[in-house]
Design a protein around this ligand. Structure first.
Ligand SMILES: Nc1ncnc2c1ncn2[C@@H]1O[C@H](COP(=O)(O)OP(=O)(O)OP(=O)(O)O)[C@@H](O)[C@H]1O
Ligand SMILES: [Mg+2]
Length: 508
């Protein structure tokens, strides 16, 4: 006799269909599991056997074989337990032979027969939907995630007994959707109105948010760099549904969705400490999980005190910043996680922090160069906007609530992002920072006057081609914020000014 139940496996962020087959025959009483199994899956045998016993279902003293197919995919994780158990319940005749035939089943078993939540339910169910399934059984604690998948009818269960009841009577534990993250009137603990002065930095952050441009803040201690960067999330454009799903998939696979959380409706803000390892940044492990770069996907990766990060950690960022994804090679398979983030970095210009204010800076020129040299050229080359936070002036210290609020800035950012959404419809581009070199002329056409201005700037500043293209993209965003279809000289001049600042520090 033979039974089978469909479940899924995860390779990176993608689900793959897996069949849990069970067979019972006469012979010496054994219970074995085969099918290219990783360590945790081998242990499933004990978990499933004990869970069945403790739920009152005894395996007969026969030869029972469970196979997870196809055999070319290495099975890892604990999410196959429930499918194996249901396959066995069918084999024992406890539930009907055709039970769960049109469903996918996901879940881990505890020894008592309880069903525990697993990682990656969202990407697995999205894949199941594409394969044509519209029913599933998942752990009750994963219901928030499961109900986020459109057109998928999910049954949440807490124990094997509840599974039996469900197939007997069709009744399942009631789940009430309490996901409240959807509300669009989000509130933040911080606001730009708390920051006095620093208008240039605020303007730079507004441009960065509107076009999702990488940005570097440089300035002396106490000038408010950290304070300003932490307010960047309050002005980011709202993510669309595709982006929301992409982000939630990553957090689901990383096991980082909060309890009861369905979809993640806000752009992530990831701010690792500078002691973070390069492996944590990129992701990895025997069964690779997304790293911090991927957790920042479609949001912000904030690196405060940039030169304090180890060289290897910073170097590892180069590939994702170029390709917008992280590739991790493993013997069993290659894994790819998306990593398209806005890099926001902050730093002091030297060790004591006061360069170029020579009345305060105690560093020698060589010290300053050494400090700045920790940021490699190629990394610097991928930063679109560089801005100086200067020491706050006396007249700005005691302004109370006179600065513009995040909400008011966000309105402009939203308008600019809508202009981009319309312009790039169907092109695969989302924000101006994504425009490839080939498309620059198409989307950022310059008139005669404007071209002359850029030619002069190019020659005067000794720009690289990459720097030139970056400036044009930033100018495109500035024009969008201005509601102007055409890129004007004023837009270009502002973009050029933002690049001039890093020349002051890095090019002498
Ligand atoms: N523009 C400002 N408006 C209001 N408060 C400010 C401003 N700038 C600095 N502060 C105050 O100074 C504190 C220190 O600022 P912050 O930590 O952001 O400085 P920083 O530039 O990151 O310094 P460091 O280089 O030492 O990291 C803030 O918590 C805030 O209380
Ligand atoms: Mg700081």
């Amino acid at each position: 006799m033979y039974t089978s139940v469909t479940t899924l496996s995860l390779v990176g962020l993608k689900g793959r269909e897996i069949r849990a087959e069970a067979d019972m025959s006469e012979g010496l009483p054994v219970f074995e599991m085969v099918g290219f199994l990783g360590g945790e899956v081998k242990e499933a045998r004990e978990r499933v056997r004990t869970a069945l016993k403790n739920s009152g279902f005894l395996l007969p003293p026969k030869r029972i074989t469970v196979n997870l197919s196809p055999a070319d995919i290495k099975k890892s994780g604990t999410s196959y337990d429930l499918a194996v158990a249901i396959s066995l319940l069918k084999l024992l005749g406890i539930i009907s032979e055709d039970a769960a035939d049109d469903m996918v089943v996901i879940g881990e078993l505890g020894l008592s027969g309880e069903i525990l939540p697993v990682r990656g339910v969202l990407p697995m169910l999205i894949e199941a939907k594409q394969l044509g399934y519209d029913h599933c059984i998942v752990p009750f604690d994963n219901m928030a995630e499961a109900s986020a998948v459109d057109g998928m009818d999910a049954v949440g269960v807490r124990s094997l007994k509840e599974v039996e009841t469900y197939f007997d009577t069709g009744s399942a534990p009631k789940y009430e959707d309490t996901d409240t993250g959807r509300s669009s009137d989000r509130t933040y603990d911080v606001d730009f109105s708390e920051v006095n002065g620093q208008e240039t930095v605020k303007r730079a952050l507004e441009i960065a948010a509107a076009g999702m441009h990488n940005i570097l803040l440089v300035g002396p201690p106490g000038s408010g760099k950290t304070m300003l960067a932490k307010r960047l999330p309050t002005i980011l454009p709202d993510p669309d549904m595709d982006e929301i799903l992409e982000v939630t998939k990553i957090y689901s696979v990383a096991g980082q969705l909060k309890e009861g959380q369905g979809l993640i409706y806000t752009r992530p803000f990831v701010a690792p400490h500078h002691t973070v390892s390069s492996a944590a940044m990129a992701g990895g492990g025997t069964i690779p999980r997304p790293g911090l770069c991927s957790l920042a996907h479609r949001g912000v990766l904030f690196l405060d005190e940039l030169p304090e990060f180890s060289r290897s950690t910073l170097e590892i960022l180069r590939q994702p910043m170029e390709d917008k994804e992280v590739n991790i090679a493993r013997a069993a398979a290659g894994y790819t996680f998306p990593a398209d983030f806005l890099l926001c970095a902050a730093m002091n210009p030297c060790k004591c922090g006061y360069f170029p204010d020579r009345s305060k800076c105690r560093c020698t020129d060589a010290d300053v160069q050494k400090y700045l040299g920790r940021i490699s050229g190629p990394l610097l080359d991928r930063i679109d906007i560089c801005v100086e936070a200067s020491r706050i002036e006396y007249k700005d210290i005691n302004l109370k609530g006179e600065s513009e609020s995040s909400e008011s800035i966000r309105k402009r950012v939203k308008r600019a992002s809508e202009i981009q959404r319309m312009r790039y419809e169907g092109s695969g581009i989302r924000f101006n920072s994504d425009i490839g070199v080939r498309d620059i002329d198409r989307y950022c056409h310059l008139g005669k006057k404007e071209e002359q201005l850029m030619r002069d700037a190019f020659e005067k500043l000794g720009m690289s081609a990459r720097a030139y293209h970056r400036m044009i993209r930033v100018a495109r965003t500035i024009a969008d914020l201005d509601g102007s279809d055409k890129i004007e000289c004023s837009h270009l001049s502002e973009a050029v000014a933002f690049r001039n600042i890093d020349r002051r520090y890095w090019n002498g």
